[in-house]
Design a protein around this ligand. Structure first.
Ligand code: UDX
Length: 451
């Protein structure tokens, strides 16, 4: 089938490429000409660069482009004319007050409405993949209907991809949610997702509003579980216990999910943004949401924890240098939105320290986030993880990159001025740490003071 995907961010590019891999003919549209040129250059073999880092994406785009199953253009109108369905995958970032900013979604809806009106076809499906508050399908419908009298069905079709494994998640999602009251649209959407269904992936049919809520509820469950986990991990540390041991048994109860790893808080573009938007939806319908607000408050506190602990241990940070391993909000992505590395680095620098940072892929993003600190020589970046340790007073780890897990602790000890590690991701075995003699502080267990 012919599909148009509007917006070439993580969702649009990964889902567009996955649709192509399933045999559809996909046109990805974006208003940013630079991105479309980059994608076309990539497909033509003129460049190796894509607008974003996501494992497996270059291969998927290249293979499907070679088979003429994926194209990139700024021509929304031309693309829609030939499509069986149009997917909206533009961003819905948070506004200052935490509500989802629907500006891009509304603009795209206007453009779609005009393109539909000018088209020769009479019937269209517009599917919203962007994460949007309950009821947004009505806004999309109204905007499109204000531009055309043609029959348009709006489908709410949320995505559930996690960055770093977005390609895998788009090819093999846990479930597909199709929200619409139109029988005709439902049939066409089921056709689009037939290759997925044939692989045994469950499809859930529901109303638009249920599909919109589904996405927020799913992310809120995950976020709440992480905040609760971090509360327990902090308690375990304070009480002399080991959260890793506690959680081993906890997850034997399959009713409890897998998100039970202690961390310096959850990051990413979704959890904070979606839970915060959801609190507005609760308030809109006058339903109590104290629990969700607390999930966010706990996460904010958790993100400040590492910087606090470092300050407590080292005393004054004036004139000290801290090596930071990891900038991305998690391994497998270059994304720093909501990353725990940000409050950590801000906290350290505000307390007088300098930061030597290393990340295998997120340095360019970090340079945008910390341009002011870089200008003032408060942060610098190294080409490899060990160089960040030269002359540093301690090491702080905030991303679980594979190359950190395999680090040679002998080299780490030799390079650091003092053998001190604050590990937000609990990457090393206590025996290894003790063999080398470190002061080692994790989130969810007592410190090892074996220097
Ligand atoms: C999340 C959801 O998983 C995905 O379904 C949704 O579509 C978008 O939001 P993402 O933000 O990409 O995806 O990453 P995820 O793997 O869920 O991790 C989010 C954050 O939670 C990361 O900072 C991660 O380190 C943290 N986390 C995760 C924990 O702190 N503990 C855990 O047990 C799991």
């Amino acid at each position: 089938m012919k599909l148009t995907v509007i917006g070439t961010g993580y969702v649009g590019l990964c889902q567009g490429a996955a649709f192509a891999e399933e045999g559809h003919n996909v046109t990805c549209v974006d208003i940013v000409e630079r991105k479309i040129k980059m994608l076309n250059d990539f497909c033509a073999g003129l460049s190796e660069e894509l607008p974003l880092f996501e494992p497996g994406l270059p291969e998927l785009i290249r293979n499907n482009s070679a088979k003429d199953r994926i194209q990139f253009t700024t021509d929304l109108k031309g693309s829609i004319e030939n499509s069986d369905a149009v997917f909206i995958t533009v961003g819905t970032p948070p506004k200052e007050n935490g509500e989802a900013d629907l500006t891009a979604l509304k603009k795209v809806s206007e453009d779609i409405g005009s393109a539909i009106n000018d088209s020769k076809k009479d019937y269209f499906i517009v599917a919203t993949k962007s994460t949007v508050p309950a009821g947004t399908h009505k806004i999309v419908k109204e905007i499109i209907s204000s531009r055309t009298n043609k029959q348009v069905d709006i489908v709410s079709n949320p995505e559930f991809l996690a960055q770093g494994r977005a390609v895998k998640d788009c090819l093999n999602p846990s479930r597909i949610v199709i929200g619409t009251d139109s029988e005709k649209a439902r049939r066409i959407m089921l056709d689009i997702y037939k290759p997925y269904h044939e692989q045994g992936i469950p499809i859930y049919l529901m109303s638009n509003v249920d599909a919109e809520l589904h996405k927020y509820a799913a992310n809120s469950y995950l976020a709440a579980q992480i905040s609760l986990t971090n509360n327990f991990a902090n308690l375990a540390k304070a009480a002399g216990g080991d959260w890793n041991k506690v959680k081993e048994g906890i997850v034997a109860d399959t009713r409890i999910g897998k998100f039970v790893h202690s961390s310096p808080g959850f990051g990413g573009s979704c959890f904070e943004k979606d839970v915060e938007q959801l609190t507005h939806t609760f308030e809109q319908y006058d339903v109590d949401c104290t629990l969700l607000k607390e999930v966010l408050r706990q996460n904010k506190l958790q993100k400040q924890l590492l910087a606090k602990r470092i300050k407590n241990h080292l005393g004054s940070l004036d004139g000290k240098t801290i090596a930071v391993w990891g900038l991305a909000f998690k391994a497998g992505t270059d994304d720093m939105r909501g990353a725990p590395s940000v409050p950590l680095i801000e906290g350290l620098i505000e307390a007088g320290a300098k930061v030597k940072a290393y990340d295998p892929v997120a340095v360019n993003e970090s340079k945008k986030v910390f341009s002011n600190f870089e200008k003032r020589d408060m942060i610098c970046y190294t080409e490899d993880k060990y160089s960040a340790l030269d002359g540093s007073d301690a090491l702080a780890i905030v991303t679980e990159w594979e190359e950190f897990i395999g680090a040679d602790l002998g080299i780490v000890k030799n390079k650091l001025k003092s053998p001190i590690i604050f590990d937000g991701k609990d990457l090393f075995k206590p025996e290894e740490i003790m063999r080398h003699g470190f002061y080692y502080s994790c989130i969810g267990k007592p410190d090892i003071r074996d220097q």
